[in-house]
Unconditional design. Structure first.
Length: 100
């Protein structure tokens, strides 16, 4: 993330990464070439799914870089229907995988 290593500590990280508490281990280190900070998160045991860790890491990164969690646009209607079920599922689980 594009934030100087000196500005961050593992105890002050915002967002849902800190909500995982002692279930994960968070390590901060300077990124190569003075390009910010690397945040490494690993589960201490198998109680936290990898998708939840990825979502928490994405949200924390977004908060640190922009000050807000950027979410995809939601379904065009607030009424759940069988036709918008796939879109609701993709929106709900879309931040759990892929590249960071």
């Amino acid at each position: 993330m594009f934030r100087p290593f000196e500005e961050l500590t593992t105890t002050q990280l915002p967002g849902s990464l800190t909500e995982l508490g002692d279930a994960v281990e968070v390590t901060l280190r300077p990124a190569p070439g003075s390009r910010g900070t690397e945040v490494v998160v690993s589960a201490r045991d198998d109680t936290v799914p990898a998708g939840r860790i990825r979502r928490a890491l994405r949200e924390t990164r977004s908060l640190l870089e922009t000050g807000d969690v950027l979410l995809p646009a939601g379904p065009p209607t607030t009424t759940p229907t069988p036709l918008n079920r796939p879109l609701r599922a993709a929106t709900r689980h879309g931040r759990e995988g892929g590249l960071l």
